[in-house]
Structures are given as structure tokens and as C-alpha cells.
Ligand binder design. Structure first.
Ligand code: BEZ
Length: 400
């Protein structure tokens, strides 16, 4: 027995004969009981540098805020944080995840932001059975075909914030649209979701523009939009890239002639830097700056006090990732190896989130409201509920 528990995961994979069998076979190796007095090791794998750095910081900040509001305990145990900067780089994702799982031996991985990095993490989480909470990346497959009982998401699927905008734009009288995004998993899935909603509502996509990730040279693409003159543009960029895109769009003089829309990532956490270039932009997302429910008011006030900064959707997702973990660890009485009560409690969680109520779908993805917002005076102001309690279809998810 003791011998098998000392095997590291790579050796174990060889012993059981390859990656295909790995997920099931590894769960057969007993895990040593963790002394209840030892701290719970939380591993953050986030892009602390690069175009998504502000997203990482806000997720990390608000996660710690929630744990601190609960007395800095998870199921009665103290908490130790380990951080890895994944740089939003899929080519380094497997090594980075292995560092947390094999070297640092974290109890739970909280990550990440970028969908491509996420899918490498999903593979390892499935192989090892390590508990993973996704605090941003929308990769649809993570809670569809690649779903697993140990993988939970506190954010959204790429489909969720984009599908409802199709109807919103069609109802605004737009018959044609061009899509524009970074060319990687998140961009592709978000554009497909918008296209689904827009064509279903009678609209037509007349052009698709793809920018290599994480490049921010937009000029030649904006020239194509000016030449084609669609009724509207639907675009996904986030973080530093969204700041530059919205400013370039306004500077190109397109704002009045071709209205710009997008999922709320285009204007969340970016408004201060975008300034008046963002005025009037309409976006759909699972958060707005003025929801004014009691949970949101308390969350925003505490975040401002602690960090002297305004929270955004990424902070909300980090905060709710911690809420899910607290619920699970309380149910498991601090024993992270007690997977049945741990996972059952997270799966059944009902959270009174700053974004409004959330529950988990069968595939462990949040069921949540999607709001239409409009930028006014530097805020993403609530306009209406674009889709109430929207669940991702969860297509292909078969829980083991
Ligand atoms: C993603 O890669 O899934 C993603 C990144 C930033 C904002 C939204 C989604």
C-alpha cells in the first residue's frame, strides 16, 4: 500500500499502462489521509502577467476576500495559497498544472482564465481526480463532453453570455452583423453562440474577422468593417486587448455608423482605461455594476475597502469559487478526501451571489441570469434581463 501512495502521477500512469486508462486507474490508488490540522492547500493557476493580468488579480483578490470573511478557514482548517502564473499560454499549461498537482501537492486547483489553457488543465483534472474550480475560462467542453464530478465552474460557458445577444441585436433592427475576435477557443465558441442566436432571430452574419491571440493590431480589420458597413459588429476581447480594441473602434470613427456590441468582457474591468470611447456600448453578461441586491452591495463595499478598487465580473467569479469551496469543505468537515459529501454539496449549492442567484447545472456549470447592460458614466448599467436563469445545454456531458 505505502509503496503505491509514494508513486508520483507520471510513474503511476506508466504502471497502469497509458493515459486512456489513467483517470479510472489512478482513483484506485489510495490517497493518504490528510491530517485534519494541516492547512488546506489552494493552488491558483492564473495569468498574473499579460493581457489577462487584471482578470487574474481580481479573481485572486475576491477569492481571498471570501475566505477571509469566513474566518480564513475551509471546513475548520487554515488555508495555504500557492500561485502559478500561467501567462495565458496553452503551450505551458500542462507543465504548470503538473507543478501544482505533483510538486506542490495542492488539495484543490482554482484556475484559470484562458479557454485553451483550461482544456489542458481539464485533461489532468480528469486523469488525477483532483478537485478543480474554474473561476473564468468559458471553454464549453469543460462542462459538456469533458465534464467530470471533480470539475466545477463558478463563471460561465462561452455560450451563455453570447447566445442571448443574437436576439437583442435582431430586436434592435439589425439584419446583418460582422463578428470579430481573437482566434482561439473562447473567441470561436463565443462567436458560434452569437451566430446561433442571431440567425435564429432572422439575422445574417456577413463577415467573420479573426485576430491572432493576444495581438492588438486592429486597424486592417476596422478598415474592412468600414468598407462592408454591416448593421452591427459583435466582438469578444477582454482585459488589455478589450481596452485597446474599444479605443481603436472609436478612433476609427465607426461608433456611430456601425454600432458595436459584445459579451460584457468587452467593457468589464476596463471602463476607466477606455474612457468615453466605451460610452453607450451595449453588452450581455452575468453581472452589471448596479444590480444593487444586498449580496452585491455588501460584496462591493468590502472589496472597495480591502483593495481600494472597484470589483468586476472576474472578482465576482473568484468570490463565488471560494463560496463553492467553503460549502464543499464544510459538508466534508474539512476532509478534502471525503469526495462524496464534498462534491455532492458543491453540486447542490445555491449561492446568493453578487450577480443574483446561482445553482449548478447537471454538468456543474452555473445556471444564472444574463443581463443586458449599457455603458453610462463609466459604469456597466443594468438595462434588463436578457435571459433568465440560463443554463448551458451541457451537450455530451456524462458524469462518471
Ligand atoms: C476565455 O478564454 O475563456 C475567456 C477569457 C477572458 C474572458 C472571457 C473568456
Amino acid at each position: 500500500m505505502a509503496k503505491t501512495t509514494l508513486l508520483d502521477r507520471r510513474t503511476a500512469l506508466k504502471v497502469v499502462g497509458g493515459a486512456g486508462a489513467a483517470g479510472l486507474a489512478l482513483r484506485a490508488f489510495p490517497t493518504p489521509a490528510i491530517a485534519q490540522g494541516a492547512p488546506v492547500k489552494v493552488g491558483f493557476m492564473l495569468p498574473y502577467t499579460g493581457t489577462y493580468a487584471s482578470l487574474a488579480k481580481n479573481i485572486d483578490n475576491a477569492f481571498r476576500q471570501y475566505v477571509s470573511e469566513k474566518g480564513d478557514k475551509l471546513g475548520g482548517r487554515t488555508v495555504e495559497y500557492v500561485t502559478v502564473d500561467d501567462q495565458a499560454d496553452p503551450s505551458k499549461a500542462t507543465d504548470n498544472m503538473n507543478k501544482l498537482v505533483d510538486r506542490d501537492k495542492v488539495d484543490v486547483v482554482v484556475g484559470t482564465v484562458h479557454s485553451g489553457v483550461q482544456m489542458a488543465m481539464v485533461k489532468i483534472a480528469r486523469e488525477t481526480g483532483k478537485l478543480m474550480i474554474i473561476p473564468n475560462a468559458g471553454a464549453d467542453a469543460a462542462t459538456r463532453a469533458a465534464c467530470a464530478p471533480n470539475i466545477f465552474r463558478s463563471s460561465f460557458s462561452n455560450w451563455q453570455p453570447c447566445f442571448p445577444m443574437g436576439k437583442v441585436m435582431a430586436e434592435a433592427g439589425h439584419k446583418t452583423a460582422i463578428t470579430m475576435t481573437w482566434k482561439y477557443g473562447a473567441g470561436e465558441e463565443q462567436m458560434a453562440a452569437f451566430k446561433e442566436g442571431f440567425t435564429k432571430a432572422g439575422g445574417q452574419i456577413v463577415g467573420e474577422l479573426w485576430v491572432p491571440f493576444p495581438e492588438v493590431e486592429f486597424q486592417s480589420f476596422l478598415t474592412q468593417i468600414a468598407e462592408k458597413k454591416p448593421d452591427g459588429v459583435f466582438a469578444f476581447f477582454a482585459g488589455g486587448g478589450a481596452v485597446k480594441f474599444v479605443k481603436d473602434y472609436a478612433a476609427a470613427g465607426l461608433r456611430k455608423s456601425v454600432p458595436l456590441y459584445g459579451p460584457g468582457f468587452l467593457t468589464d474591468g476596463t471602463l476607466q482605461a477606455q474612457g468615453e470611447a466605451a460610452d453607450g456600448l451595449k453588452t450581455t453578461l452575468h453581472y452589471a455594476d448596479d444590480l444593487n441586491n444586498p449580496a452585491d452591495k455588501a460584496f462591493r463595499a468590502a472589496y472597495q475597502k480591502r483593495y481600494s478598487a472597484e470589483p468586476d465580473v472576474y472578482a465576482v467569479q473568484g468570490y463565488d469559487a471560494a463560496a463553492l469551496l467553503v460549502i464543499g469543505m464544510d459538508a466534508a468537515k474539512g476532509d478534502i478526501t471525503a469526495k462524496d459529501p464534498l462534491y455532492a454539496a458543491i453540486h447542490r449549492a445555491k449561492i446568493d451571489s453578487p450577480r443574483g442567484p446561482i445553482t449548478m447545472s447537471a454538468a456543474n456549470n452555473p445556471i444564472q441570469n444574463i443581463y443586458l447592460r449599457e455603458v453610462k458614466n463609466g459604469k456597466n448599467v443594468y438595462v434588463k434581463v436578457a435571459a433568465e436563469a440560463l443554463a448551458d445545454p451541457g451537450t455530451g456531458c456524462k458524469m462518471a
